[in-house]
Design a protein around this ligand. Structure first.
Ligand SMILES: Nc1ncnc2c1ncn2[C@@H]1O[C@H](COP(=O)(O)OP(=O)(O)OP(=O)(O)O)[C@@H](O)[C@H]1O
Ligand SMILES: [Mg+2]
Length: 356
């Protein structure tokens, strides 16, 4: 177990700054997930923590000691990549033991560590096979086994499951969650997958353009997004955004309106607004409930109804042309072009000063 602390970490390639001053804390035994659009700097951050990439500025601490200039093998970190990078000519046993062989570990130590990793990953029966005789998920397990035998203080995973099919991904996701429970090690995990982020993380760090947009527990980010970017990034289908005019600023709320929306009061959560400005109202698709034609706070026209089995997704167009989505539990089909009214609890809506 270990604590990892990033303070004002920066990375430039030539004159281009790609990491622009990042503070992140990983507590002892914490599972931290990095998410963010392609190119936002997730892999670069992991590689700097691992020591595979120089840190241009800022401080990286592991267990209170500055390690910016410590060589990778001395940091107590193991990294697992999307491409498994296992050797085809070696057996699973030899692949898992590889790091130990390089470090000239004794035969007894190798045997006991490989046996323990194989037990944790449930691959005892695969130890004498070669990678060509394994499935994708089993190969990824070998790569994880190779990290485990090094007994690292911190595991770094860079999209380890993205080459696997959906069913295997789900199995491996659960295995990684269990591995974290069993080992109690600190882990940093990069993914594009919302479900992986929400289910595995103690803490999610949302990144954009080399900056942290918000860090916190998954449900905290989901229910209390700090800005428009985080609001739109987490949740599937994405939060709906409507342009609204601020009609009044009250003690705890702002009064907003738009041609398709009744006048409502939405909590402003301490964000500052001025009367007359345009702002963005956010409502999650799951919080919209279709109601009779005369009632409801939001009015639109049905574009399409998609029945997914577990829920029904209704695409709706508002008067100003904005497209929104409602996700409802009932299996209801509404005809395209029909008028529809939705109700929702304004306390579950968000209002942001930025416009999208
Ligand atoms: N060696 C390099 N030289 C110049 N620019 C680089 C180099 N490596 C990465 N970058 C740039 O740094 C930025 C961050 O890249 P990085 O690989 O960390 O993104 P990422 O968040 O991991 O993206 P993805 O989700 O696509 O894997 C990108 O704009 C990328 O083009
Ligand atoms: Mg990457």
């Amino acid at each position: 177990m270990a604590q990892v602390k990033l303070r004002d970490i920066r990375k430039s390639y030539g004159s281009v700054e790609v990491i622009k001053g990042v503070d992140i804390d990983v507590d002892d035994g914490e599972f931290v997930v990095f998410v963010g659009p392609s190119g936002c700097g997730k892999s670069t951050l992991l590689r700097m923590i691992a020591g595979l990439e120089d840190i241009t500025a800022g401080t990286l601490e592991i267990d209170g000691a500055r390690v910016n200039d410590l060589e990778p093998s001395k940091r107590g970190i193991a990294m697992v990549f999307q491409s498994y990078a296992i050797f085809p000519h070696m057996t699973v046993r030899e692949n898992v033991a590889f790091g130990l062989t390089i470090n000239k570990a004794s035969k007894a130590e190798k045997e006991s560590k490989v046996a323990e990793a194989a037990r944790v990953l449930q691959m005892e029966h695969l130890l004498d096979r070669r990678p060509s005789e394994l499935s994708g998920g089993q190969r990824q397990r070998v790569a994880i086994g190779r990290a485990i035998v090094r007994d690292p203080k911190v595991f770094l995973f860079d999209e380890p499951l993205s080459n696997l099919d959906a069913a295997l991904r789900m199995d491996m996701r659960m295995e990684i969650g269990k591995l974290h429970q069993d080992l109690g090690a600190s882990m940093i995990f990069v993914t594009h997958d919302q479900v992986e982020a929400m289910t595995l993380a103690d803490k999610i760090v949302v990144l954009k353009d080399g900056l942290v947009m918000q860090a916190g527990a998954p449900m905290e980010l989901y229910h209390e997004p700090a800005n428009l970017f985080v609001a739109g990034f987490l949740g599937a289908p994405s939060m709906n955004f409507l342009n609204v005019a601020i009609e009044a600023v009250n003690e705890k709320t702002v009064t907003v309106r738009n041609p398709s929306l009744a006048q409502i009061e939405v909590p402003h959560k301490g964000r500052s607004f001025t009367v007359g400005q345009t702002a963005t109202l956010g409502i999650r698709p799951q919080y919209l409930r279709p109601v009779g034609t005369s009632a409801g706070k939001l009015h639109g026209k049905i574009v399409l109804t998609e029945r997914l089995g577990s829920e029904t997704v209704i695409d709706v167009e508002l008067e100003d042309g904005t497209k929104i989505i409602a996700a409802i539990a009932e299996d209801t089909v509404l005809a395209s072009g029909e008028s529809v009214n939705f109700d929702f609890d304004p306390a579950q809506a968000h209002v942001f000063p930025e416009t999208s």
